[in-house]
Ligand binder design. Structure first.
Ligand code: PEP
Ligand code: MN
Length: 330
């Protein structure tokens, strides 16, 4: 249950009423609104208080992410880059940061092609422990340098909350990867960091489970969450994962959060990336995150799906044309 408070109201009597009902609650200041979320609904059904402007009982399990109480779309601001607005925002860069030259070259190329954010993994979640694991903190430092040089804010994956101090220092947006999508302690810590979060959908998660992972972040008083569809596991083997365009649209229709699509990981192959990216934009994605490498065939991870800078530049032209046809920009 959501109790939206009157601006600046003294809610001490509401607090007492909720506490004495035995319900759990949290006071939040989200999107310029003061509110108290209390649960379970059954214990607070009859609670009324003069501090409350509106009481909302969302039908969906994700109360804060639901557009039942907030109908205007949320715009997430990453150092001035606005995600969820008219412009289709594109983040691009290598799967993994490998060395200074590779990152700097890519950063400059994607900037030239029109990307707004730089991506690149410093801590890599790899299926095999024998695969390249990323440069760690050194990779974060390189990302910061590339960002300072190009002016592109950085989005990069955090795998362990114990590394948060480095991400606060070097990154502009946290990425939670598909493999950590339901690492609830990491989600809470990402929420508490106050940083914008790009939240991937777990490859085995339903849309509802995915949105509930965002709820963990919102409940820490952090409203800057972008949901990212990156493909789910199905029986289909012709692509690496099955990009769930319908699920992405469903998430958009049920929440106020901006939606991103990652066409690279579901594609698994370079030649599929353009089509998946364009399909996602056509379906209403607010953002794309695309892997680009100056020499994809030499990449230390995801070599087959990374675009060359030339291929990325062509993709940007296509995205721009499509965005314009849809009354947007890119
Ligand atoms: C990535 O973006 O580099 C990545 C590992 O993605 P995912 O978590 O979606 O597999
Ligand atoms: Mn990758």
């Amino acid at each position: 249950m959501l109790f939206i408070l009157k601006k600046g109201a003294d809610w001490s009597t509401l607090k007492e009423k909720i506490s004495s009902s035995g319900a759990s609650y949290r006071y939040l200041n989200l999107y310029g609104k003061e509110l108290v979320v209390a649960w379970p609904d059954s214990l607070v059904e009859t609670v009324v208080d003069p501090s409350v402007e509106m009481k909302v009982k969302p039908k969906r399990p994700f109360q804060l992410a639901s557009n039942e109480w907030k109908s205007d779309p949320t715009i997430v601001d990453v150092k001035g880059v606005k995600i969820g607005d008219r412009k289709v925002v594109v983040a691009a860069g290598p799967c993994a940061v490998e060395d200074e030259e590779q990152l700097m070259t890519t950063a400059k190329e994607v900037k030239r092609a029109g990307a707004s954010l730089l991506r690149g993994g410093a801590f890599k979640p790899r299926t095999s422990p024998y695969s390249f694991q990323g440069l760690g903190v050194k990779g974060l430092e390189l990302l910061r340098r590339a960002s300072d040089e190009t002016g592109l804010p950085v989005v990069t994956e955090i795998m362990d909350q114990r590394h948060m101090e480095y991400f606060k220092k070097y990154a502009d947006m946290l990425q939670i990867g598909a493999r950590n999508a339901q690492n609830f302690d990491l989600l809470k810590e990402a929420g508490r960091s106050g940083m914008p979060v790009l939240l991937k959908r777990g490859m085995g998660n339903t849309v509802e489970e995915w949105i509930l992972t965002a709820e963990y972040i919102l409940l820490e008083n952090n409203g800057s969450v972008v949901l990212c569809e990156r493909g789910i596991r199905t029986f289909e083997k012709s692509t690496r994962f099955t990009i769930d365009i319908g699920g992405m649209v469903s998430a958009k229709l049920q929440t106020h959060l901006p939606i991103c699509a990652d066409p690279s990981h579901p594609a698994g192959k370079r030649e599929l990336v353009h089509s998946l990216a364009l399909a996602a934009v056509a379906a209403g994605a607010d953002m794309l995150i695309v892997e680009v490498h100056p020499r994809p065939e030499k990449a230390l991870s995801d070599s087959e799906q990374q675009l060359t800078p030339e291929q990325f530049s062509l993709l940007m032209q296509r995205i721009k044309a499509l965005a314009e046809a849809l009354g947007r920009t890119a």
